[in-house]
Write a protein that binds this ligand. Structure first.
Ligand code: URA
Ligand code: CA
Length: 434
């Protein structure tokens, strides 16, 4: 087989065979196929697309390019939740203990990564003592015992995807639905999930800015998952404004605690109940989505979900007393209110720009070397549709440096107040199961 023929086939719109896709992925991973041929193929795929069969083949070839996590020693159906990424997305912190309280095993492998705030691990590390450097056996034992545990990324998962993603980044071939879908799904499948619930974000703060693009990506991933034998569904949720109120690491842990107590922000609570219902249903712990939701509401109301969070934290060395006393979480030195300059209604809160404001405070990483400040961030006091009076706080800024003028300017530029009442954006756009 020759790589040049594979490129030509795709260039001319022919379907690649399973063997051709495996030949490419194996050769690119081991270095025998050079970047320039891989680039040409990526560009051909960008223009010609991929059939459903090609997408499944590409995903599996990438899964097989490296290690796969074996979760077979964990009892029950392992359901993983994946979000395509947004601003202030606190759902993972809430969902882990929430569905674990219903005996759904959550075996979460998580990374740190770049972004407006840290990843799930960074957020959890704002709990003193909490650590994710545990052995595989301990991880499996913890999930069997508590139904939820988090381990740091280790091993050589989907090296083909790592290499291809870096190449696509510099060859203008990231924005291809089949390539994005295969990239995301390969990582989930290699991480050992039996079933997958996808939270595909849409809007200003999302990777996919329009509903049409988000739907196409969601459908592509759901088809790949189901075609390779993992029960997969997707929720398309709003990311035009940040989710919940808190954007920051310790601040989001506090928000997760509130939500597990049933006192969290309305949108975050609703999204967690929606995603959680699908997780519980796919794990066969409820016969209908309605029953799943009622059970989730039940473990919030009776305190079982909050108790599961405490057990989870203390089992991995964390100080669980922060749950009853969140003032023991890292605290910022300066607390500054961003006051509204006029009366009206909040009509816009541009999610990605507000995320960038949190990053200016040090809540997230701009480069791999950046050090995160776990205490800092933003808490929104108003969301789209809320009425506001001049002088009232729009956002509370938590900072460890005194001069926050740059952050304030950024926030004022991205919060619009209008005279007319504006409706709150729809939170759950679609649920895709086929
Ligand atoms: N996120 C991924 O993991 N892969 C892509 O290709 C794009 C976004
Ligand atoms: Ca939040």
């Amino acid at each position: 087989m020759r790589m040049v023929d594979i490129i030509e086939n795709k260039r001319d719109g022919r379907e690649l065979s399973t063997e051709e896709i495996q030949f490419f992925i194996n050769g690119y991973t081991d270095g025998s196929i050079p970047d320039y041929q891989a680039s040409a193929l990526m560009m051909a795929i960008f223009f010609q697309g991929m059939t459903e069969k090609e997408r499944a083949d590409l995903t599996l070839a990438m899964v097989q390019s490296g290690d796969q996590i074996d979760l077979s020693k964990i009892e029950g159906i392992k359901v993983d939740k994946h979000s395509t990424g947004g601003v202030g997305d606190t759902t993972t912190l809430v969902l882990g203990p929430l569905v674990a309280a219903l005996d759904v095993p959550v075996a979460k492998m998580s990374g740190r990564g770049l972004g407006h705030t840290g990843g799930t691990i960074d957020k959890l590390e704002s709990v003193k003592g909490f650590h994710v450097e545990i052995e595989n056996q301990e991880f499996i034992d913890l999930v069997n015992k508590n139904k939820v545990a988090v381990i740091g990324q280790s091993g050589n998962l989907t090296p083909a995807d790592k290499k291809l993603y870096a190449l696509r980044d510099v060859t203008a071939t990231v924005d291809s639905i089949p390539l994005i879908a295969a990239s995301i799904m390969s990582k989930k499948i290699a991480a050992g999930a039996d079933a997958i619930v996808l939270d595909v974000k849409t809007g200003a703060g999302a990777f996919m800015k329009t509903l049409d693009d988000s739907r196409e990506l969601a459908k592509a991933m759901v088809r790949i998952g189901n075609n390779v034998g993992r029960n997969t569904m997707a929720v398309i949720s709003d990311m035009s404004q940040p989710l919940g109120y808190a954007i920051g690491n310790a601040l989001e842990v506090k928000e997760a605690i509130d939500t597990l107590k049933g006192e969290g922000p309305e949108d975050l609570t609703e999204l967690c109940l929606t995603l959680g219902s699908h997780m519980v249903y796919l794990a066969k712990k409820a016969n209908t989505l309605k029953e799943a939701r009622e059970k989730l509401q039940g473990v919030i109301n009776d305190g079982t979900a909050l108790k599961a969070f405490k057990t989870f934290l203390s089992s991995q060395g964390g100080d669980a007393s922060i749950v009853d006393d969140p003032s023991r979480l890292p605290q910022a030195k300066y607390i500054v209110e961003l006051e509204a300059k006029e009366d009206g209604y909040v009509s816009e809160l541009v999610a990605d720009e507000i995320g960038t404001a949190a990053m200016l405070l040090g809540a997230g990483r701009a480069t791999k070397e950046s050090v995160i400040d776990l205490a800092v961030g933003l808490v929104l006091r108003k969301k789209i549709g809320d009425q506001v009076k001049k002088g009232e706080s729009l956002v509370t800024i938590y900072s460890n440096f005194e001069d926050v003028e740059e952050v304030k300017t950024k926030l004022y530029e991205n919060i619009t107040i209008s005279n007319e009442k504006v409706a709150a954006p729809v939170l759950i756009h679609e649920e895709i199961t086929e």
